[in-house]
Design a protein around this ligand. Structure first.
Ligand SMILES: [Zn+2]
Length: 126
């Protein structure tokens, strides 16, 4: 089987669809998360007098805020990927300038490095 390059119009269209799908999913997860946070904050202020319970709630809110931030980060990465897809720089490894395999991009649309450079970077980080 021949490996197709992302420059291929069909692949670009498939990737755009995959990215938009992912964006929609992450955006709605983020919205759900913000609602959950608002409910937690509300519950916490309603029970502010019960000190035993409110200390537990503070940790919950911290954790939920972390989840919200990481969803926000993922959403930003997808938006940046869509911008790169538009200007034609999407799907090129930021380190070695080789095309990133479309299969990898479909699996993780925000990837900026090919598998080889990514695993090399991960090895350096350890
Ligand atoms: Zn690379």
């Amino acid at each position: 089987m021949m490996t197709t390059v992302v420059g291929d119009a069909v692949d670009r269209a498939r990737l755009a669809v995959a990215l938009l799908d992912r964006l929609e999913q992450v955006t709605s997860e983020h919205e759900d998360q913000l609602i959950r946070l608002a409910e937690l904050r509300h519950a916490r202020s309603a029970h502010a007098a019960d000190t035993a319970e409110s200390s537990g709630n503070a940790t919950d809110i911290d954790n939920e805020e972390k989840v919200a931030r990481s969803l926000e980060h993922r959403r930003d990465q997808i938006i940046k990927a869509l911008a790169r897809l538009r200007d034609g720089t999407y799907g090129t490894c930021a380190a070695c300038r080789q095309p990133i395999a479309p299969e990898r991009l479909l699996a993780s649309p925000a990837a900026t490095h090919c598998v080889m450079c990514q695993s090399a970077a991960e090895r350096r980080m350890r």
